[in-house]
Write a protein that binds this ligand. Structure first.
Ligand SMILES: Nc1ncnc2c1ncn2[C@@H]1O[C@H](COP(=O)(O)OS(=O)(=O)O)[C@@H](OP(=O)(O)O)[C@H]1O
Length: 574
């Protein structure tokens, strides 16, 4: 038998409201709409499918204050994390949000009507108090506190929901089980004791070991229940992680474990979050829940001290275990002992016995540099997925951004570099010459500062997309303004390498090299606002390389660029 939902009844609002679906949908088209943000969308999905039972909507002021104050809804039931629909004053006025109003809540990605909210109340929360009570400190180093102060809007809207339809998903759809679906699945499999494992990270051999040990000790089956909603900023994206979990699942004995993805927006709220996670698992029918050391921990506060103690989360769930109604399984660290080639619980390793571990930081270093990752640490199938997601630099994309005056030689350097990279690299090489971009992408633009900025911004966007796709991109606009170049850098470097090369050939030299006579026409006033003549060129303050065509040959310059790329690992063998 699956575990009883929190509060006794699974609040699957899709099931409850199924017979009035057509009426609700028709009504939703007539009502004012509120477009949800990413976090609200995650919260809504789990309210509607019963993952947040007993909630039937976003918290009204009474429930919110109870939760913030002492983790209790107004009716006294335990609930540790406030689930709020935050809105701005402008939204309140524009949409007409007030007690009694009915509002359609829409998916921001495809505008679909997901639910109708009947507003109970609109109130201004005490955010500092929420930060201190719920997350332990009013300190922006905590991601949920930062969210509260910088993203969450100033008012909260409480009210119950009526379900129209779930948000659409296009990734890993068959692995996304609602609480009702998971309960039916457990019934079909005849699973009565299920240990759930929560994670927001890739899983390796140690995780497999500790989850199997937890299940074995409780004579239970195993639910791998990773979060695919919002996790800690900087985490590995869920697409990669789910590929990892899928690669790991066959490593469990047949019929022992199932994978289900949870669309939860984590808060990293440590002890309160652990209670919340346990209640959510209970709603999914699970009977046992593994709570880790520093479970859902946000890391260090602005003073460099951990927000929570390593066992605060375990202590909190232990304290409320009767009310939570799910058996808590403390996460048992396992350690690898190379001498016997086995994993064993860390606290059972005899004194003096050697153990090995690879930290997350060390793993990322090895992935980045293409270094070996030993089989005792992870499975080759898992490592393969991670290597695809984190290719070594030799297969990552990069952009060489050449900036300089007209006729400075940047086009000759760009073309020669393209040929040179073609001969030695397996990447496709794209050339974005100033004149090409002007013809293909920016033909409507002139040469005012604003238009040049837009032009360079477009180059940054295209170069970023090419870099993301693993290409070598060579851009060669004049790009006379520092801020616009910086903008291009920001757009590109999140996807791969970015190198600014200043082609610093002097104006005098450029004029003498200009066979087309463009500078002459500019000097004669026939072309207005020409860079170097009557329009500025801001010298780059932080170029990766400065070259001059009057002092070096094109091949020397190309060679310098190649050496720079080689030194950073972009031209090595993959
Ligand atoms: N007013 C003015 N100022 C500067 N350049 C001018 C101007 N009018 C036309 N051109 C010709 O346009 C070519 C491309 O300029 P860019 O798009 O690279 O300029 S910018 O980066 O947007 O500032 C650039 O050629 P290349 O330097 O060969 O790319 C110029 O010859």
């Amino acid at each position: 038998m699956a575990n009883t939902p929190h509060g006794g009844v699974l609040k699957d609002l899709y099931l409850r409201d199924a017979d009035k679906h057509d009426t609700l949908l028709a009504e939703s088209e007539q009502l004012p709409s509120l477009e949800l943000d990413d976090r609200q969308l995650c919260d809504l999905e789990l309210i509607l499918n019963g993952g947040f039972s007993p909630l039937e909507g976003f918290l009204n002021q009474k429930d919110y204050e109870g939760v913030v104050e002492d983790m209790r809804l107004a009716d006294g039931l335990l609930w540790s994390i406030p689930i709020n629909l935050d809105v701005s004053q402008e939204q309140i006025t524009e949409i007409g949000i007030k007690a009694g109003a009915r509002i359609t809540l829409r998916d921001p990605r495809d505008d679909q009507a997901l639910a109708i909210l009947t507003v109970d109340d609109v109130y201004r929360p005490d955010k500092a108090k929420e930060a201190i009570n719920v997350y332990g400190a009013d300190d922006d180093a905590h991601p949920a506190v930062k969210y509260l102060h910088t993203i969450a809007k100033e008012f909260y809207v409480g009210g119950k929901l009526e379900a129209i339809q779930p948000p659409s998903h296009y990734d890993y759809v068959s692995n996304r089980f609602t609480p009702s679906e998971l309960r039916a699945h457990f019934k079909k499999l005849q699973w009565t004791r299920v240990v759930a494992f929560q994670t927001r990270n890739p899983m390796h051999r140690a995780h497999r070991e500790l989850t199997v040990r937890a299940a074995r000790a409780r004579k239970a089956h195993l639910l791998i229940h990773p979060v695919v909603g919002l996790t800690k900023p900087g985490d590995i994206d869920h697409y990669t992680r789910v590929r990892v979990y899928k690669a790991l699942m066959p490593k469990y004995p047949n019929g022992m474990a199932e994978l289900s993805l949870l669309p939860l927006a984590m808060r990293m709220g440590g002890p309160r979050e652990a209670i919340w996670h346990a209640l959510i698992r209970k709603n999914h029918g699970v009977t046992h829940f593994i709570v880790g050391r520093d479970h859902a921990g946000p890391g260090k506060n602005s003073q460099g001290v951990d927000f929570y103690g390593p066992y605060d989360a375990q202590d909190a769930v232990e304290k409320y275990k009767d009310e939570i109604g799910i058996e808590i399984v403390p996460f048992q660290m396992v350690a690898y002992c190379p001498d016997t080639d086995e994993y064993m619980p860390a606290d059972e390793v005899p004194a003096g016995v050697n153990t090995l571990n690879i930290s997350g930081t060390e793993l990322r270093r090895r992935l980045k540099q293409g270094l070996p990752i030993p089989e005792w640490f992870s499975y080759p199938e898992v490592v393969k997925v991670l290597r695809q997601a984190y290719p070594p630099r030799a297969t990552q994309g990069f952009t060489i951004f050449l900036t300089g005056l007209h006729a400075s030689g940047k086009n000759s350097i760009a073309r020669a570099l393209q040929v040179s990279l073609n001969q030695q690299s397996t990447r496709s090489v794209s050339l974005l010459l100033g004149e090409t971009i002007r013809a293909e992408l920016s033909s409507e633009l002139g040469y005012t500062k604003r238009e040049r900025d837009i032009n360079v911004q477009r180059i940054g966007y295209v170069a970023g997309e090419l870099t993301k796709a693993g290409a070598a991109c060579i851009a060669a606009p004049i790009a006379p303004y520092e801020a616009a170049r910086q903008g291009a850098k920001t757009a590109i470097e999140k996807y791969g390498g970015f190198y600014l090369v200043h082609v610093a050939t002097s104006l005098e030299e450029c004029e003498s090299r200009d066979r087309e006579g463009v500078y002459k026409r500019a000097r004669a006033g026939e072309i207005k606002g020409f860079t170097g003549i009557d329009d500025p060129y801001e010298t780059p303050s932080k170029a990766n390389l400065t070259v001059d065509i009057s002092k070096q040959s094109v091949s020397q310059i190309v060679h310098e660029i190649v050496l720079m790329l080689e030194q950073d690992g972009y031209l090595g063998s993959a």
